[in-house]
Design a protein around this ligand. Structure first.
Ligand SMILES: [Zn+2]
Length: 54
């Protein structure tokens, strides 16, 4: 699970809002309804890499 301190440092690249853990290998932005993948422990905060939440 991703560290809360790291989460606080991260922002959604689209709306600059806060992100939250979305399962063990993704972060989500509730505002944009996007999920950003975590690859090898590194959050990939790129709109192009995000997947839309259902
Ligand atoms: Zn967002």
């Amino acid at each position: 699970m991703i560290d809360q301190t790291l989460l606080n440092l991260l922002a959604c690249p689209k709306c600059k809002g806060t992100v939250q853990a979305y399962g063990p290998e993704a972060l989500s932005c509730a505002t944009c309804k996007l999920a950003y993948p975590i690859r090898s422990g590194i959050p990939v905060m790129l709109i192009e890499e995000a997947t839309r939440l259902g």
